[in-house]
Design a protein around this ligand. Structure first.
Ligand code: PMP
Length: 376
């Protein structure tokens, strides 16, 4: 099997699986319980807070565990607007966000917020200037992703957020870091962000766990009300096995981020060359994250390519997994013509992907171009 859909989800690493099993068998207490079993469970939660904070360059008390980045994004967006948007009603995001950001903004717009959406320019770039000039003194929140999940495009968040904070210190800044976390060397202190979302299952941990980093002193209003766990920001008994697995996955992979980034860059260059030779068109910019490569297999529908490759046990994605065949619109927003977007597949690699895997993919694409019925 050749798994090239790591931006959709990753295979949990050994350390994560063992961590989950350890927590299930040995630390099944409720982390809020005052007895020893509760304290044991709480220790595992605290371990993971430390690890995720370390990976982000923050501190453990700034980490809130959630059910995944969809919840982290919703918590940040609604929670920040509730506390900082009483008088300021303008909210800013980009046209290339994941639906968990885009739909949250659409909901706020329905509730009366003034929504400003920054679109890529004619070169498919979301510029620092465009982000900065979208914000004014009436803006309560800007939310923008670090790496786009469909193309790997890297937005200029650090520079834009830092200028925004200097010009409008009261504007809250949120970054969806899901596709950059544990891949690119991002540190929250360089990001000028008030809140940052990450997800476990994109970094070799199980599905159903994510985190929101909230800068010390920033107040996020809760989405869930109940027992007041996690300082009242996220009620609900913490899923200790998933949280501990998340911490263990981060611990295991943290030391090799730089090394893996180097090999991802090398593999990305190899993919661009090999797949272009096989007849694919490359959509992703050279400056994109090396972990994601959007390509088009000319004149063949994305789903047809996907299923053709699947017969050879090569797993890729059409656009993004979240849009499930629905046109997400993000490719078009990046100025990729409809005809190219209809033939686009996304290749997303992991630390385990090899050149042999890419050679097999290239053979598969050659086969697809030879054997499949073309769209006119
Ligand atoms: N943001 C981005 C950029 C993503 O790629 C994803 C996952 N597709 C999410 C948010 C949502 O994450 P989760 O699956 O953990 O809810």
């Amino acid at each position: 099997m050749i798994y090239l859909d790591n931006a959709a989800t990753t295979k949990p690493c050994k350390e994560a699986v063992e961590g989950a099993e350890y927590a299930l068998l040995n630390a099944f207490g409720n982390p809020s319980s005052l007895h020893g079993l509760g304290i044991e469970a709480e220790k595992l939660v605290n371990f993971s807070k430390e690890k995720i904070a370390e990976a982000l360059g923050g501190i453990a008390s700034e980490i809130i565990f959630t059910s995944g980045a969809t919840e982290s994004n919703n918590l940040a967006i609604f929670g920040l607007c509730e506390n900082y948007g009483r008088r300021k009603k303008k909210i800013v995001t980009t046209a290339v966000e994941h639906p968990s950001v885009a739909e949250a903004f659409a909901r706020l717009a329905q509730k009366g917020y003034e929504l400003v959406t920054v679109r890529p320019d004619e070169n498919g770039e979301i510029t620092e200037d465009a982000l900065v000039s979208a914000v004014d003194d009436g803006t309560c929140l800007i939310s923008a992703m670090y790496v786009n999940n469909e193309t790997g495009y890297v937005l200029p968040i650090e520079r834009a957020f830092s200028r925004i904070k200097k010009l409008h210190p009261d504007c809250m800044t949120h970054c969806d870091l899901v596709q950059g976390f544990m891949k690119l060397p991002v540190r929250v202190k360089n990001l000028s962000a008030d809140a940052v979302s990450v997800s476990g299952h994109k970094v070799y941990a199980p599905k159903g766990v994510g985190a929101l980093w909230v800068k010390k002193g920033v107040r996020v209003a809760p989405l869930l009300f109940g027992g007041g766990q996690q300082n009242g920001i996220r009620s609900g008994t913490e899923p200790v096995p998933a949280i501990y697995a998340f911490g263990k996955a981060v611990e295991a992979n943290l030391p090799s981020i730089a090394e893996r980034l180097e090999s991802a860059k090398e593999l990305n260059a190899y993919m661009r060359k090999t797949l272009a030779e096989a007849g694919a068109e490359i959509n992703s910019k050279e400056s994109a994250s090396p972990y994601i490569l959007s390509i088009a297999v000319p004149n063949i529908k994305s789903e047809t390519v996907l299923h053709y490759l699947e017969q050879q046990k090569i797993y890729v994605s059409s656009g993004s997994a979240c849009s499930r065949g629905k046109k997400s619109g993000v490719l078009r927003t990046f100025n990729i013509p409809d005809k190219v977007a209809d033939s686009t597949v996304r290749i997303s690699i992991s630390g385990e992907t090899s050149k042999d895997d890419i050679d097999r993919l290239a053979e598969g694409i050659c086969g697809a171009l030879k054997n499949l019925v073309k769209i006119k």
